[in-house]
Structure formats: C-alpha cells, structure tokens
Design a protein around this ligand. Structure first.
Ligand code: SF4
Length: 455
C-alpha cells in the first residue's frame, strides 16, 4: 500500500455489427496514465478488448489472430437495439466477458475512474462500463474522454452520466467541465488532485497490449479540413512531433518486449516530413542495419497522396512498410473540389510511380474509396472502383459514416431522415444512414462485392 492515489483506466468493450482489430489499442488512455503517474498517481488499466484475457479464453476459447498483430476479438451476440430494428444483421458485444470486466473493476476501490471512448456509435460499450463503475463504486469520480465524449459531450453527459468530460485529444489540461453532478468534482480538481498541468507524456510501455503490435504517433492532427472528417474538431489542426522521442519508444518496445509490428495513428504522417517522418525513417533504417532487426510498419489511417516523395517511398520500403494505404476516396474531380481538394490524377500517378520504383508491388498499395456520402451517386463509386482496379491496386471501400464536428455534419443532419443528433447508433456506417434513391443499400452491397472481385 502507498499513499499515492489510485486511478482506474478502462478501455471499454464495443457494441457493433462487426469489429476487426486493425490496431485498436488504448493509446490515448495510456497517455492519460502517463500524465497521472507523472502527477503522483498509481494507475491500473482494464483493457476490455484484451483478446488474451485468460478468464475469457477459458470460457470462449482463443480468437484467430494474424502474425501482423491484427485479428478478431471475443464476441457475444446481443439483441438488436430497438433503434436499429429492420436491419438484417447480427449485433454483438466485442471484448472480455461482462462478468470478467465487472470482477476486474471490483478488484480494488480507486480514487478516480477514467473511461475512454471511440466511435460515436460505440457509445453503448461506454455506457456498459460506466454503469458497472457506478454500481460498484458509486462515490468515485467518473471521467469520460475520447472521440465520442469530445464530439457528443451533451449526449455523453445525458446517457453515460459521468462527473466530468475530458474533451479534446484525451488531455486533461484545457478540458471542459460539462457536468457538475454534485459529487464535488470541481473541488476534487481544484484541490490539484488531478495533475492537469503535467505536460503530455507518452503511453507507458509496460503493458502486454504492445506485444503483438504497438502504435506510434509522430504528429498530432492534420493541416487539412476535409468535409467528411472531424480531425480539425478533435485535434485543432496540425502540430509536428519529435521524431527522436518516437524512435526511442520504438527501440524500447523492440528491445524490452520484442515488438516488431508498428502501426501509425497519425492523421498526416507525410506532412512536414523533412522535420519529422524522414528523420524518423532514417533512424529506423540505420538501427535496422546496425542490429539486423527487421520491423513491419502499417498505416491503418490513409496517407496523403500529394505529399509522397521518391525519398520517402525509398525510406519506407527500406524501413519495412508492408503496405501503403492512400486516401484516394474518388476518381471524380468534382468530389475532390467539393470535399477535400487533396487529389489530382497526375499527382496520384506520380505517387504510384514513386512507390513502385521503390519496390512496392501494386497489390501492396491499398486505395481507400469513400462511398455513401450525402447525395453521392452509386455510379460515381463504381467508376472509381473500376479506375483503381484496372490499375492493379488493392481496394478498400469505406462506407461513409456521418461524423459530428465534421464540416459536412449539418448537411448530413439536414438530409438524413433519422435523428442523427439524438442517436449516435444511426452514425454506424453498416447502417448506411445516408441512403437515397441514387445510392441504395443494395447498391452499396453490390459495390462492396465488386471491389473484392478481380476486375
Ligand atoms: S480525411 Fe485525412 S486529410 Fe482530410 S482532414 Fe481528415 S485526416 Fe486530414
């Protein structure tokens, strides 16, 4: 026992139609843990998406995982929420068993509880975790942060009933107090019990969640403000990181945990690359050649087509990038002039040439195609799929999800027949909320099937 206060940090389960682990890690929450520890706290993490949890594996068996650190989570079928009636798909809870989650929360009384949140339409998993905490520890301050809490704070206050919302990029400094529930939270904060002024730290390394794959973030935010994205609302713009700090993190993970797979959480890893990404890649290449250590890098977030250079492509290949995901979105010039201004056909061909010259096979170039925006026609997406497939790329059709805080959110609210502002479940892209006669659910299924065929 120590005199240090105890913080419990919970990465909640996910309720959704489907969930695949493309490097879902409690990175933001562990950054909070680092700040708390620097401020004199002990921290305890419960990762409800831990696919290695022994008690859950004992009951449900192991889930299928891949060598690159991606794979399935444990899954328990749930009844379809009444709001989603009419959808002919199974709904499920992903993560460790609910009883196991409850036991872990009950283990030791904390002095404060932090719950993170992801997609807005995953809020039911946050509610589940928050309710368990209230049941077990009703007098412990409960703080919810992350994407959903930041983009829909009023909904979060109403439904999850936290004492406090940590809005923004999961940092406590500058957070917004939106709920004063009479639990003396303000006094708790003002007494300096939370180290809000501790400069941002990096997620601690001593967690098993980094073994199969770890995440890195070189920069925060993005300089662009695409119509369909809430990066600007969440991060407030681009701020460059420190490559030597991120390289040190990679080296420590490699040497202490044997981690070889790394995924970037950056929104704009190629921006300001001469000061950040290029120096980082050079350190990796140098380290690999000195030690013989080979890494595998992944970019689950798309890279900007227009900022690729031949030098970056060469360095990425030498460093061990296994694929390059590009934010292509559409082959239509009108699409880009309306929503993102981030593509030109010439620029795209140049980027592809640089990547193939560096040694990437075309099948290692994954192009993201965005489908289902308000008013978008199915024929435009079909043309895009054919354009990309004809050139031998791997295609990934992303079904559009309306995101609060994105520039086009008001348009989505105005055009959608469902109450998007009141019910985040309707933001789920599996639900296709922006369906209209020019792009129906049947069109979406046909186009997804088309993208998987060899054309
Ligand atoms: S979609 Fe990508 S490029 Fe556009 S604002 Fe978001 S992160 Fe930036």
């Amino acid at each position: 026992m120590t005199d240090r206060p105890e913080a419990l940090l919970i990465y909640p389960p996910v309720h959704d139609f489907a969930l695949y682990d493309l490097y879902l890690k409690p990175y933001g929450l562990l950054n909070i843990a680092a700040m708390l520890e620097a401020g004199g706290w002990n921290t305890r993490l419960i990762n409800a998406l831990d696919y290695t949890d022994e008690s859950t594996v004992e009951v449900e068996g192991s889930v299928r995982r891949k060598a690159d650190g991606t794979g399935k989570f444990h899954r328990q079928t749930l009844k379809l929420p009444p709001e989603l009636q009419g959808i002919r798909r199974k709904f499920a809870r992903y993560g460790i068993l609910k009883d196991v989650l409850k036991q872990k929360i009950a283990e030791e009384k904390p002095d404060a509880i932090f719950i993170s949140s992801g997609m807005t339409y995953w809020y039911r998993g946050v509610v589940e975790a928050a309710e368990l905490c209230r049941e077990l520890w009703p007098d412990v301050p409960l703080i919810i942060g992350g994407v959903y809490a930041s983009l829909m704070p009023e909904h979060c206050v109403r439904v999850c009933k936290p004492d406090y919302i940590a809005a923004g990029n999961m940092t406590l400094s500058g957070s917004t107090v939106l709920s004063e529930s009479g639990r003396a939270l303000n006094a708790f904060l003002e007494a300096g019990a939370l180290p809000g002024a501790v400069p941002s730290s990096d997620a601690p390394l001593d967690h098993d969640c980094w073994n199969d794959a770890a995440v890195l973030r070189l920069n925060d935010g993005c300089p662009m403000n695409c119509g369909y994205c809430a990066s600007r609302s969440l991060c407030g713009g681009f701020s460059p990181g420190r490559p030597e700090k991120v390289f040190k993190r990679l080296r420590l993970l490699a040497e202490t945990r044997g981690t070889r797979n790394f995924a970037f959480y950056d929104d704009a890893v190629l921006f300001d690359s001469s000061s950040v990404f290029i120096p980082f890649l050079k350190q990796v290449v140098d380290y690999s050649s000195r030690t013989g250590t080979r890494f595998n890098f992944y970019t689950p977030n798309a890279m900007h087509i227009r900022y690729m250079t031949a030098e970056i492509a060469d360095l990425m290949k030498s460093a061990g990038f296994q694929e390059v995901r590009l934010g292509f979105e559409s082959a239509s010039d009108e699409f880009h002039s309306e929503y993102d201004n981030k593509y030109s056909e010439r620029g795209f061909h140049n980027t592809v040439r640089m990547l193939t010259d560096a040694g990437f096979d075309r099948s290692q170039i994954v192009v993201y195609i965005l489908a289902g925006l308000p008013g978008q026609r199915a024929s435009e997406v079909e043309d895009t799929i054919r354009f990309a497939a004809d050139r031998g790329f791997t295609l990934s059709v992303s079904e559009f999800s309306p995101v609060p805080g994105s520039p086009m959110w008001p348009d989505c609210v105005a055009r959608c027949s469902l109450p998007l502002e009141d019910e985040p479940l309707y933001h789920n892209n599996s639900f296709f909320p922006m369906e209209w006669e020019g792009f129906t659910r049947a069109d979406m299924q046909r186009l997804k099937a088309l993208s998987k065929q060899r054309l």
